[in-house]
Ligand binder design. Structure first.
Ligand SMILES: Nc1ncnc2c1ncn2[C@@H]1O[C@H](COP(=O)(O)OP(=O)(O)O)[C@@H](O)[C@H]1O
Ligand SMILES: [Mg+2]
Length: 335
């Protein structure tokens, strides 16, 4: 028996696509661990671990096995994947083949670590490909032929920009920050302005609900936190304008990366790009007003992917059924 999967190894979420079935699992890339380093016990995985965030006893830590695109714990990540495979009732006696999406431009050692982690989780055969390539295909763009696609991916741990054509990456760049570092910045900003400490998961909710790049947006929401001085619980209202500076700070860095990448391209490629513009993918691309903000800065059109954070897994899943295209892509950009 053989099981063929695509796995989007995202910093925030792990998604699994089963060939001919579609997306069969999507859960946070989190585990809850109790005890000490040498004597630890995993007490919750994925969705269950996320529910515990900010609510755990002192000896329980919510751990992110991948941070800024790098595997921080092979043990935890392989345990998480193994748990997901068991949850999907994928028998450990079946031969498991997986196409795994990873960040762009990482070292050979880092790629080996992804591979080894998958083997530890019980996957028998592993093929690696850059998630930005999968996300482009998942957004319905072809990377075959000489038509060029310019894409920016806003993930949880990394932000990537790439120019793709002829099944390969012409130019690309990565920022070792993404949605999660923005959450931390938002929590800091709320503490400074309101004198109230909010957890990272509350900061993420604030970002998703009221984060906006429109200057006059009046979106707001109530959140609870702990008053810095009294140490008592307190509810506050957070407005779009309270966190806008943190968001523009991050996006302005991405715009610099977009411009640098563009400047490195040969003139013929730049001409193609200027016409079609930039494709935005990843969960962070849902920030309100992002398309307009970037488009104005780089003076070219921006298009939001129809599938934002699911574009990567959909693209990788689609490739499972197109062996010749997959082979060509892996020869050019695989690892
Ligand atoms: N509406 C939204 N506004 C801003 N950020 C969002 C929104 N929805 C999701 N995100 C962010 O997108 C990130 C996850 O995106 P995703 O592409 O799944 O990342 P990864 O592939 O690294 O797991 C998280 O940081 C999440 O907070
Ligand atoms: Mg992803």
């Amino acid at each position: 028996m053989k099981t063929v999967l695509a796995i989007d190894m995202g910093n925030s979420y792990i998604s699994i696509y089963k060939k001919n079935c579609g997306i069969v699992l999507k859960e946070p890339n989190l585990i809850a661990v109790s005890g000490s380093n040498s004597n630890y016990k995993i007490i919750a995985f994925g969705n269950e671990a996320k529910k515990l965030q900010g609510k755990t006893a002192e000896n329980v830590v919510i751990f992110t096995p991948i941070s800024e695109g790098e595997i921080k714990s092979r043990e935890y990540l392989s345990a998480l994947i193994k748990h997901f495979l068991e949850k999907l009732s994928i028998s450990k006696f079946s031969k498991i083949k997986a196409l795994v999406t990873i960040p762009c431009g990482i070292s050979k050692q880092a790629k080996d670590l992804y591979r080894k982690t998958c083997f530890m989780a019980g996957i028998d055969e592993v093929k690696l490909m850059p998630s930005i390539v999968a996300a482009t295909i998942g957004s319905g763009k072809s990377i075959k032929g000489d038509s060029t696609t310019f894409v920016a991916s806003f993930g949880g741990g990394v932000t990537e920009v790439a120019v793709l054509n002829l099944n390969s990456i012409v130019k690309g760049g990565t920022l070792a920050c993404g949605g999660r570092s923005l959450d931390v910045a938002i929590a800091t900003s709320v503490a400074e302005k309101n004198g109230v400490l909010v957890g990272v998961s509350s900061a993420e909710k604030i970002k998703e609900e009221v984060g906006s790049l429109y200057e006059n947006d009046t979106l707001n929401m109530e959140v609870s936190g702990i008053n810095v001085s009294s140490k008592m619980p307190q509810n506050i209202i957070v407005f779009s304008k309270d966190i806008r500076l943190k968001i523009t700070g991050y996006i302005d860095e991405v715009i610099k990366l977009i411009e640098t990448t563009l400047n490195l391209c040969p003139p013929e490629v730049s001409a193609d790009i200027t016409q079609d513009g930039l494709l935005l993918v990843g969960g962070g691309s849902k920030i309100v007003g992002l398309c307009e903000y970037i488009s104005k800065a780089i003076k070219m059109p921006c298009v939001l992917s129809e599938y934002t954070e699911n574009a990567t897994i959909l693209g990788a899943g689609k490739l499972l059924s197109d062996e010749s295209e997959l082979k060509t892509i892996l020869e050019n950009v695989g690892g």
